[in-house]
Design a protein around this ligand. Structure first.
Ligand SMILES: NC(=O)C1=CN([C@@H]2O[C@H](COP(=O)(O)OP(=O)(O)OC[C@H]3O[C@@H](n4cnc5c(N)ncnc54)[C@H](OP(=O)(O)O)[C@@H]3O)[C@@H](O)[C@H]2O)C=CC1
Ligand SMILES: CC(=O)C(=O)O
Ligand SMILES: [Mg+2]
Length: 585
């Protein structure tokens, strides 16, 4: 039995609802349900224990543990503690110069020794986030067919139609609290990567654990494979997905519906389903449809909105004025662009008591056909219609910038190098401190680089980007760009939903998350030009976000876990998974 085990957030067990058969580690108790699944809970020891990533400690097994668990001779004699293992692995990782090699080394570690993987990620978050997340995860998805070794999540394809509930039961963990699901059609700004999009749910869920403290065993990555329209992948002999064009219409909707129903039936109604990197022609509809019946959250629409709003609230300390006094221009009017626009309008509406239709008027969007204006109304997709204001048609971003004169320019187009020198110079010509956010991922798709933003604005821009950039020295001054990425929000947001037992997501929770994140920016951060706090404090930040989200859930009557804990921040912290090894008797 584990002697020092804190197994992270497991409300069912804490509230006495779990029970069942315990394995030797006292951690992953089997529920009655498990006893009828087609596999058994193994009480691993010896060689099997070393092959079990949830319990393996490698050279950190103590002498007593080596005796008690038949490990003698299977390990070299040295005993290393976890800190030394971490030091050794970080040293090894730094030897790899190619980012994808680092990614693969981290994935190997995750499959070999889960606690050590999370200890590395938590302790070295700023260094390792670009490895397990954007930008490297983008390249990993592009090459997933070649680097695939072992399944890291569930693949649900058209072949599984009618059997999705059975497929869910094949996953070895039962107490799932968060699912991140993609259909691979819009992976970052890299387009349709089909089944190879699996790298995204896997990466997002490792952040749920490292940044938000959810137990790894409570997280389930899922890729729905309905085919791909990526010609290159269809021709690729190593492609791991269905080699057919994407199913659409009723066939698509039925598979998604079966999945959503099966999830609820198998895991209950408080499991959080995060939609990730769906194309916008499905994303808005799925969110609208299932937000009435399930606990669903679209990270690209809602998480991105919340993180950008937080940055904007924080930036007011640097650029002055209230949100309502600013003018916003977006390049890109899809999930991210319109999601952010709507949350800004909602926040201004709450602040000023003006109706949403009014507050939307200071927010302008440009799509691939130019500025969204009233004369285009007929042909616009439904999510763009609220942004069709009265203005003459404008085709080019630069002309839109010159005409609208925004104080804030936000890139959410997925197209790199679109914030040109002329665009940044125009922003600088009528703003003392232009706020420029290049949100598109990965780095290759960023609308401009940090260096370009600072150089072209002569050091006046406040800049943040979706993928990280190194600090830039300009005219003898060091500029530190922030990372405007939904990774700040979704881990804490999810924790808040789960710890309160929320049954639905509400827009006010997104605003609550933004306020919590903005409040974490310190004077020291502002002095460096940052509008986000550094990721090295992310667990504390996530606890504050979780507390604000949970408080809102209780206030709105959407929380099912009663009574409400008195100190929500402390409670959130106490729920967080610790990667520190446990001792085995
Ligand atoms: N930093 C972060 O946290 C996040 C970043 N993102 C990034 O944002 C990007 C977009 O994602 P998302 O909104 O979901 O994608 P969508 O496909 O939903 O939207 C893309 C939008 O960009 C427009 N667009 C495409 N090319 C151009 C162009 N050359 N000029 C002007 N507009 C163009 C499209 O126009 P049209 O509608 O006419 O086709 C569309 O409106 C991706 O790179 C993604 O990685 C997304 C979520 C979070
Ligand atoms: C960050 C993210 O969710 C995206 O680029 O899609
Ligand atoms: Mg995404």
């Amino acid at each position: 039995m584990a002697s020092n085990g804190v197994s992270g957030l497991d409300m069912e067990k804490k509230s006495g609802g779990g029970g069942g058969v315990e394995d030797i580690y006292g951690e992953d108790s089997a529920t009655e349900d498990q006893l009828v699944t087609p596999w058994t809970v193994s009480v691993a020891s010896g060689y099997t224990l070393l092959r079990d990533p949830h319990h393996n400690k490698g050279l950190a097994f103590t002498e007593n543990e080596r005796d008690a668990h038949y490990l003698r001779g299977l390990l070299p004699p040295a005993v290393l503690n976890q800190d030394l293992q971490e030091k050794r692995l970080m040293h090894n990782l730094r030897q790899y110069k190619v980012p994808l090699q680092r990614y693969m080394a981290m994935m190997d570690l995750q499959e070999r020794n889960e606690r050590l993987f999370y200890k590395l990620l938590i302790d070295n978050v700023e260094e390792l986030l670009p490895v397990v997340y954007t930008p490297t995860v983008g390249e990993a998805c592009q090459k997933y067919g070649s680097i695939f070794r072992r399944p890291q999540g569930l693949y649900i394809s058209l072949k599984e139609k009618g059997k999705i509930l059975e497929v869910l039961k094949n996953w070895p963990e039962r107490s799932i609290q968060v699912i991140v699901v993609t259909d691979g059609e819009r992976i970052l700004g890299l387009g349709d990567l089909g089944c190879q999009g699996m790298g995204i749910p896997v990466g997002k869920l490792s952040l749920y654990t490292a940044l938000g403290g959810l137990r790894p065993s409570a997280c389930l990555p899922v890729t729905i494979d309905v085919g791909t329209n990526n010609e290159q992948l269809l021709k690729d002999e190593f492609y791991i997905g269905l080699k057919q064009r994407r199913a659409t219409g009723q066939e698509y909707a039925e598979l998604l519906h079966e999945f959503m129903c099966a999830v609820k039936q198998n895991y209950g109604e408080r499991v959080l389903i995060q939609f990730e990197d769906f194309a916008n022609h499905n994303a808005f509809e799925l969110l609208a449809k299932y937000s009435k019946t399930h606990l669903v959250f679209n990270d690209d629409i809602q998480g991105t909105a919340s993180v950008v709003l937080a940055g904007l609230i924080a930036s007011l300390k640097l650029v002055g004025g209230s949100l309502a006094e600013h003018t916003f221009l977006f390049l890109g009017a899809g999930e991210a662009g319109t999601g952010i626009a709507e949350l800004i309008a909602l926040e201004i509406s709450k602040q000023t008591k003006a109706p949403l239709e009014e507050t939307r008027k200071k927010i302008w969007l440009v799509d691939s056909k130019g500025l969204i204006v009233h004369s285009r109304m007929e042909s616009l997709q439904h999510f763009k219609k609220p942004w069709a204001h009265d203005h003459e048609p404008i085709r080019a971003l630069l002309d839109a910038v010159k005409s609208i004169k925004p104080t804030v320019l936000i890139g959410s187009s997925g197209v790199g190098k679109t914030f040109t020198k002329e665009v940044v110079e125009a922003m600088t010509s009528f703003n003392k401190k232009p706020l420029i956010l290049a949100l598109s991922n990965p780095t290759s798709q960023s609308e401009c680089t940090a260096e370009e933003a600072y150089t072209w604005s002569k050091g006046r821009a406040i800049f943040a980007s979706g993928s990280p950039f190194d600090p830039v020295e300009y005219n003898g001054k060091l500029f530190v760009p922030g990372q405007a990425n939904n990774a700040y929000i979704f881990p804490g947001f999810g924790l808040g939903l789960i710890m309160s037992g929320a049954i639905r997501v509400h827009d006010d929770m997104l605003l609550a998350a933004s306020e919590a994140l903005a409040a974490q920016v310190t004077q020291e951060n502002y002095d460096k030009g940052l509008i986000y706090p550094p990721f090295c404090n992310i667990r504390k930040i996530s606890a504050h976000i979780a507390a604000n989200v949970a408080a809102k859930a209780y206030q709105l009557g959407l929380a099912s876990r009663l009574p409400r804990p008195e100190h929500l921040v402390k409670y959130a912290e106490s729920c967080m998974y610790s990667p520190v090894y446990r001792s085995y008797r």
